[in-house]
Design a binder for this molecule. Structure first.
Ligand code: ZN
Length: 395
């Protein structure tokens, strides 16, 4: 290297730094907060991470943290210097606990700034599925009316039991208090209690709503109304089916509740709530009124912890009643190939489509369930109940 080259390089370096300084100053004038800010972009606050999201190291999971910070600042993540590339930074963090705070700290001419997120490590995770059926009431009315010798003389429960026998499938049935034509849960006899108990390892009942109508009954209702309805249904489930068959709510009708209802739901044993977290013409919907950022995240991830309430939110992967038989596998397959959606299959449908008297009766409804459950079974997914352990897996 000769003298002229060195001089030229020094000149270029100064020119670049000078240009950067000008740019940063310009940015500072326009938006002091933005230029002084540091932001962790990955992982997301509340992310539920498993072995698919990092590298198993001894007794921990090593994950990559990435984000953005002012170009000139020194950045540390949980005390360790981060690597910089432009305005970006990356660092490795090893998770050892169920929950870990990740703190990114930037220090520079505009002072110290930090951004922290908390993540959950699903340490003992394994591929699993949960099958949940919403809007149940007709089968209870049928059994009470027909006074069958066995619960499974009702074709609906019989069909579910066949899927259990074939694949080991487990079901949680989310029920109403009334069918609104005179039938209410107190009319359901307790003479099947023994049968409920004998099948409680795979068949559970949970509160869903007071009735099918109105739509979105808890979207704007006070928490006290939701909890009162829940308690009424829970009391009836315990009376006629017994404690082993009882599950805390897993889906609230229409997947919409007031944020203030989440803590009271947690106090009633709710640990996981499922929703669609789908985009509609007016915004995000069936999303428990989550903000757009969390709704969008959930629309492409299995789960998200809401630390304020302690409830994990799960995205429904398939709605069998709106997925034709030939679309079942093409709906599930991409989920299984995406590390962010592959671990937990949240399978779902609605009771009314099983009944021939229903206006939108689906003669192939059981076939749809069979195809979905067969596919997850053949791909190594184990049946679970979300209210047990952590998202159905070991704590
Ligand atoms: Zn519903």
């Amino acid at each position: 290297m000769n003298q002229m080259q060195t001089e030229r390089r020094d000149f270029l370096r100064k020119a670049v730094v000078g240009a950067m300084g000008l740019t940063l100053e310009g940015a500072n004038k326009g938006s002091a907060t933005a230029s002084g800010s540091i932001r962790i972009e990955e992982p997301f606050h509340g992310a539920v991470l498993n072995r698919r999201h990092g590298k198993q190291i001894d007794d921990g999971l090593e994950i990559q943290v990435s984000g953005r910070a002012p170009l000139r600042d020194r950045v540390t993540v949980n005390g360790t210097p981060a690597q910089r590339a432009g305005a970006g930074f990356t660092a490795k963090v090893i998770l050892h606990q169920k929950e870990t705070d990740i703190i990114a700290l930037s220090q520079g001419s505009s002072g110290r700034h930090e951004h922290r997120v908390r993540v959950v490590w699903d340490k003992h995770s394994y591929p699993r599925y949960r099958f949940s059926i919403d809007d149940n009431s007709f089968f209870l009315r049928d059994i009470a009316k027909q006074n069958y010798p066995s619960l499974f003389d009702c074709f609906y429960l019989k069909g579910l039991r066949e899927l259990h026998s074939k694949y080991g499938a487990k079901f949680v049935l989310n029920i109403y208090y009334t069918t609104e034509d005179g039938f209410e849960l107190p009319q359901f006899p307790d003479r099947y209690k023994g049968e409920w108990k004998d099948n409680s390892d795979w068949l559970k009942l949970a509160f869903h709503a007071y009735a099918n109508k109105p739509d979105r009954p808890y979207q704007y209702a006070p928490a006290s109304q939701l909890i009162a309805d829940l308690d009424q249904v829970a009391e009836q489930i315990r009376r006629f089916a017994g404690e082993p068959s009882y599950s805390p709510p897993t889906v609230i009708h229409w997947g919409m509740v007031q944020p203030a209802a989440l803590k009271p739901l947690y106090e009633r044993g709710v640990r996981v709530l499922s929703g669609y977290f789908r985009r509609s013409s007016t915004g995000w919907d069936v999303n428990y009124l989550f903000d757009d950022i969390r709704s969008e995240y959930l629309s492409r991830h299995d789960a998200l912890m809401d630390f304020d309430s302690g409830i994990v939110f799960s995205r429904v992967d398939i709605v069998c009643n709106s997925t034709p038989v030939e679309r079942i596998v093409p709906t599930l397959e991409p989920c299984a190939q995406d590390p962010n959606q592959a671990e937990i299959m949240d399978l779902f449908t609605h009771e009314q489509y099983f009944w021939p008297f229903y206006s939108h009766y689906l003669p192939d409804h059981f076939e749809r369930l069979d195809v979905a459950i067969r596919w997850v079974t053949e791909h190594g997914y184990k049946p679970v109940f979300f209210h047990e352990g952590f998202l159905g897996g070991p704590q």
